[in-house]
Design a protein around this ligand. Structure first.
Ligand code: PLP
Length: 394
């Protein structure tokens, strides 16, 4: 099909040309004396992205899922209890993995569209006087439903209960696009990947581990080898990995960090918020539809899950948008399949790109029988951005 593919899934995200070019490198010797400069630029460059001076960034040749596994197997012993909430597909998958790896999961069920139930975490932690719970797991941004949860509130709940459990955070679809603070929030493990806010291809599991998590790993008895924190943490000082790293991806990561640094993390977060506000205006004011996320305080700045009207199949809209308009929208996953489509608005994008996605979604919805006013989403988003622009320049 003529024209560009419009990639608006919530990861993988668009790769800026600068990063594409940075990755176009010949192979090199990863044991050479020159190599640590690249590796250490990546690892040290990730510290401000995670907002840490104390914890250790680790880059696995993997994706977010590999980092989930690393978090569990490095810090826990077989049969250990973990506390987790399930309010979307990604929380579900981490729980499922924990169970398959032989951990006992105390599950806090919540409706899809709600945020992590911090009050119920607090109750469970306070009730656990024997400190059987070894880790509390939370999805910072549930990509399936477009909901952002309150990670610092979970830290506060742990502190209030004087509970020593490790705090493990999945920030796969939030890191480098929504504020995340490893040190301030007392996070022990942050799990992320290269293909979302970091604007890279998938292929790097980007994670960060606290001193407490590394310490827990010394006595934790779960088996691990390829995903060993201990082996990888050495790379943070020597700049040499325990196995062959993907050198092009490391070049890309160094460039991604440079781009984020140039824009400034606060500006990156503000841009994501502004763009998300435009999408929300399109959904509510333009199309008169709703989001899967229930509480406006929890609306995600990286992904919006748009509910389609009764009797309309969201999957058909997504298939049609792709086939007819070359626009990739995110699917409704598992329990919400067919009920919604998702617009990913994270990574390397601006208002005009997003207007393309809003216009495409609008045309695909109209073609599939959704009764909306043509141009209404585009107009509502543009109006919202005009208002924000005017407020910013006053
Ligand atoms: N967690 C969240 C919140 C995600 O959005 C994803 C992927 O989209 C994952 C975990 C899994 O990460 P990956 O696909 O990089 O393995």
């Amino acid at each position: 099909m003529a024209g560009r593919n419009f990639l608006f899934v919530p990861g993988p995200t668009n790769i800026p040309d600068r990063i594409v070019r940075a990755m176009a490198v010949p192979s090199e010797d990863h044991r050479s004396s020159a190599f640590p400069a690249l590796a250490l630029a990546c690892i040290n460059g990730l510290r401000p992205i995670f907002k840490t001076t104390k914890a250790t960034p680790i880059v696995f040749p993997a994706s977010g899922t590999g980092c989930w596994e690393a978090a569990l197997t490095n810090c826990l012993s077989p049969g250990d209890r973990v506390l987790a909430s399930r309010f979307g597909q990604f929380g579900h998958l981490w729980i499922d993995m924990a169970q398959r790896l032989g951990f006992e999961v105390e599950i806090l069920e919540a409706e899809w569209g709600e945020a992590a139930p911090i009050d119920r975490y607090a109750q469970a932690l306070a009730a656990d006087r024997g400190h059987k719970i070894k880790a509390a797991l939370i999805t910072h941004n549930e990509t399936a439903t477009g909901v952002t949860s309150d990670v610092p509130a979970l830290r506060a709940a742990l502190d209030a209960a004087k509970h020593p459990a490790l705090l493990m955070v999945d920030s796969v679809s939030a890191l480098a696009s929504i504020d995340f603070r490893m040190d301030d929030w007392g996070v022990d493990v942050c799990v992320s990947g290269s293909q979302k806010g970091l604007m890279m291809p998938a292929g790097l599991g980007v994670t960060c581990v606290s001193e407490k998590a590394l310490e827990a790993g010394k006595s934790a008895k779960s088996r691990r080898a390829y995903f060993s924190y201990e082996d990888m943490a050495k790379a943070a000082t020597t700049g040499y990995f325990p196995y062959t790293p993907s050198i092009p991806l490391l070049h890309g990561l160094r460039e991604a960090i440079a781009m984020l640094t140039e824009e400034g993390l606060d500006a990156v977060f503000a841009r994501h918020h502004r763009l998300a506000e435009g999408v929300r205006a399109a959904v509510f004011e333009g199309w008169k539809l709703g989001l899967c996320a229930r509480d406006p305080k929890t609306y995600s700045d990286t992904v919006s899950a748009v509910m389609v009207p009764e009797g309309i199949d969201g999957a058909k809209i997504i298939a049609h948008a792709f086939k007819r308009y070359n626009l990739a929208l995110g699917a409704g996953l598992a329990r919400v399949a067919g009920k919604l489509f998702r617009i990913g608005h994270l990574g390397d994008l601006n208002e005009v790109m997003l207007l393309g996605a809003i216009a495409g979604a609008e045309m695909a919805m109209l073609d599939c029988g959704v009764r909306i006013e043509p141009g209404s989403g585009v107009a509502a988003a543009a109006r919202r951005w005009r208002t924000l622009e005017a407020a910013a320049t006053r």
